[in-house]
Write a protein that binds this ligand. Structure first.
Ligand SMILES: [Zn+2]
Length: 138
């Protein structure tokens, strides 16, 4: 199982800013944090991605689709935002949505929907093709 490394939203933004070509100090300024703090987060990112340094980490992150089109890409809310704007979801958001789907099938989030489906057999309004709140990844 090739599981995506878990990064905090701040770490994802740092990764994104660095991928836009900003230096460490420039990224720190954008995020409103100390240069030392930014550096610490970089070290965490490097460790989580099992990279040798931040440049290597950026490369790895691109390869596995961890860097999205926008700084807060990479979670399901961002995925739904792409859909709302009729954009094609980027890799990072698709991966986040796929993770959500896995969790739902594992029964943690989908139980309520499943029960409703059982309680109302065939009570489907005409013309609606079983509108599901989960969006299938392509
Ligand atoms: Zn995205």
């Amino acid at each position: 199982m090739n599981r995506l490394p878990q990064l905090t939203p701040r770490q994802r933004r740092i990764l994104w800013l660095r991928a836009q070509g900003l230096s460490g100090p420039q990224t720190a300024r954008k995020e409103g944090i100390a240069v030392g703090t930014e550096h610490y987060h970089e070290q965490v990112i490097v460790t989580r991605l099992r990279a040798r340094n931040i440049v290597h980490a950026l490369h790895v992150a691109h390869l596995i689709g961890l860097i999205g089109e926008q700084p807060d890409c990479g979670d399901r809310a961002a995925y739904l935002r792409h859909l709302r704007r009729r954009e094609t979801p980027c890799l990072a958001c698709k991966a986040a949505n796929a993770r959500h789907g896995v969790e739902q099938r594992a029964g943690r989030l989908g139980r309520q929907e499943a029960r409703e489906a059982v309680q109302a057999p065939g009570a489907r309004p005409n013309g609606s093709r079983g509108q599901s709140s989960s969006v299938q990844p392509t």
